[in-house]
Design a protein around this ligand. Structure first.
Ligand code: RIB
Length: 315
């Protein structure tokens, strides 16, 4: 079993529910305020650790209270935090999440996430990485640092899982170094330039990503499940029906679970099936990191044989 090394962001999430998204100049009353640990990198690291993979995170927080809380949250989930930098001159990353009608809108203040430099990430990877370990990364740290980390990871013999989120174009020389690209519809449109409007567009976009050099690609489609293109061709995994209350962190749960299962040598399809269940379960609680289930919680909710024992009455 190889380990999962996550390079990515840590944010404190300020999350609030509203009946609708306010218009320009409008103030709305919200409810169910939650202050909790988040950040795409940290959420994916927690998911990976809760699915039983040895997980280490490379990241950066400010030397403030939020930074300490975010590191504690990772350590509590079993993630190794020795390569998370405390940056005195920056505030810890913060995200404002507005939840409305079962969906969310997020604005991020990058803060210390963008203070990680190419050299310190490269030095950390050189020390911790073994061939066949997974580098799991996203785009909430500076993209230039991420691209360089991917090049370095490949030179060390690592497998690269890239979740290009938030949406950003990917340099042409990076795609051929990506072993698994996992992205949602918005991100897929940003990377391929193709609109996602149905089965044919999903298949064509995934084909374009593979033609661009990615070894395998997975497109997540929310309530419509996910689609993949790998050495077995194009296939779909249906979504699980659950009583969803908040989708924040569900995509991160999916990607972190995928990486944990791949680190244990599972086939991509099998990893996607379990990741779909884990992500569905994450939507049944409010918040990002706090709602990511353990492997045992997923098995007990859905049964080891994959049968859904979860309450679907609200859907
Ligand atoms: O993907 C969800 C995450 O995006 C939130 O936890 C928030 O911090 C933003 O980074």
């Amino acid at each position: 079993m190889s380990k999962v090394v996550v390079l990515g962001s840590l944010n404190m999430d300020v999350s609030i529910e509203a009946d609708r998204i306010p218009s320009a100049g409008e103030t709305l009353e919200g409810r169910d305020l939650l202050l909790g640990p988040g950040g795409k990198g940290a959420n994916q690291a927690v998911a990976s650790a809760r699915m039983g993979a040895e997980t280490l995170m490379i990241g950066s927080v400010g030397s403030d209270l939020f930074g300490s809380e975010l590191i504690d949250s990772l350590a509590h989930a079993g993630v190794s935090t020795g390569y998370i930098k405390r940056e005195a001159g920056d505030a810890t990353g913060t995200a404002v999440v507005i939840r409305s009608s079962g969906d969310n809108r997020i604005i991020v203040s990058q803060g210390a996430n963008h203070s990680l430099g190419v050299r310190e990430v490269g030095d950390a990877l050189s020390v911790v990485a073994q061939p066949d370990d997974i580098l799991l990364t996203q785009l909430e740290c500076a993209p230039l640092v991420v691209w360089e980390a991917i090049r370095h990871a490949k030179s060390l013999g690592m497998l690269v899982v890239l979740n290009p989120s938030p949406a950003h174009a990917i340099p042409a020389d990076i795609l051929p170094q990506v072993d698994l690209l996992c992205l949602n519809e918005t991100e897929c449109s940003a990377v391929t330039g193709c609109q996602q409007d149905g089965e044919e567009s999903y298949r064509r976009s995934l084909e374009a990503l593979i033609e661009g050099g990615a070894k395998r690609a997975v497109l997540t489609l929310g309530p419509r499940g996910s689609a993949a293109l790998d050495e077995n061709g194009y296939y779909r995994i249906p979504a699980e029906r659950v009583a969803a209350v908040d989708t924040t962190g569900a995509g991160d749960t999916f990607v972190g679970t995928l990486s944990a299962f791949l680190s244990r040598g599972h086939e991509l399809r099998e990893a996607m099936e379990f990741a779909t269940k884990a992500a569905a379960l994450a939507t049944t609680h409010i918040g990002a990191q706090g709602s990511i289930p353990t492997i045992e919680e997923v098995e007990s909710a859905f049964g080891k044989d994959g049968e859904n024992e979860w309450d679907t009455s609200n859907n």
